[in-house]
Write a protein that binds this ligand. Structure first.
Ligand SMILES: [Zn+2]
Ligand SMILES: [Zn+2]
Length: 270
């Protein structure tokens, strides 16, 4: 069984609409026995009237209660941090302040704006936009240390108007190499985000599976760890497009993925 290492609940993620029980029941019904919960924690996020942070000790306590209730099912305690240059040190501090299994790092903003709401960045040429975005992710991996996984490198694509604007290795090789060098020197994992696959497919993208050249380059440079995450926020979206992603990785010669427990990677055969 492959672990879905990226999920949110409404208890701690402000944009999620599922309870922990709904999530666990759905995972069980789909044949899973272990999941990662990675609640949003955005330090100094855009002022959208929502609270993108939570009380860490409360999360820690609540999580232990969830674990007690589900002894036949393994819950991995995680956080998904939103990176911005000026909060790098704070992220490392917060990440080390409670015991966690897995820490995901994401870039949800572009030049301080949430591109889900403000689509201005999509006026830029795609190559320029993607290069700058991947460079921010590289900087994130250079500046931060207390994390395990780089989440959805293709997030910038999710709200693109032009359905041909798909992040590829070819358009920004230097930036991807910089990102992978930083990740690999710190033994960090690359996430294949299956919500991106599903969204691109539903959105009519001409391509929707991750660019093979990106994954091949990561492996070629010495990348050892790949994770799978559905980034589910609502009932019915757990492990979405998982089978497709697994078959695709296998077709590229990838034989195993990992999940993290107490920040240690555990391999699972595909
Ligand atoms: Zn995210
Ligand atoms: Zn997420």
């Amino acid at each position: 069984m492959i672990t879905d290492g990226h999920n949110h609940t409404k208890h701690f993620s402000v944009d999620a609409g599922q309870t922990i029980d709904e999530l666990i029941n759905e995972a069980k019904s789909k044949g899973f026995n272990r999941i990662g919960i990675t609640e949003h924690y955005e330090i100094d996020y855009v002022d959208d009237g929502l609270n993108w942070m939570f009380e860490l000790e409360e999360y820690n306590r609540t999580f232990e209660e969830w674990r007690k209730k589900s002894d036949d099912f393994e819950l991995l305690k995680g956080i998904e941090f939103g990176y911005q240059t000026h909060v790098a040190e704070e992220i490392d501090k917060v990440a080390a302040s409670i015991p966690l299994d897995v820490v995901l790092m994401s870039v949800h903003l572009f030049r301080g704006k949430d591109f889900y709401v403000d689509r201005e960045c999509y006026q830029m040429p795609a190559k320029e936009l993607h290069s700058e975005y991947i460079n921010i992710m590289a900087e994130m991996c250079e500046k931060c240390n207390n994390f395990d996984v780089v989440a959805h490198y293709d997030y910038i694509n999710r709200y693109a108007d032009n359905k041909n604007d798909f992040v590829t290795y070819e358009e920004c090789p230097k930036e991807f190499d910089r990102l992978f060098e930083a990740m690999i020197s710190k033994d960090k994992a690359l996430e294949i985000n299956t919500k991106s696959i599903q969204k691109h497919k539903d959105g009519g993208f001409t391509r929707f599976l991750p660019d093979a050249a990106i994954i091949n380059r990561f492996i070629e440079m010495g990348g050892k760890y790949i994770t799978l995450g559905s980034d589910s926020h609502f009932p019915g979206t757990f492990a979405v497009s998982f089978n497709e992603a697994v078959e695709y990785l296998k077709s590229l010669g990838i034989k195993e993925t990992v999940y993290f427990k107490e920040h240690k990677p555990y391999f699972e055969a595909l």
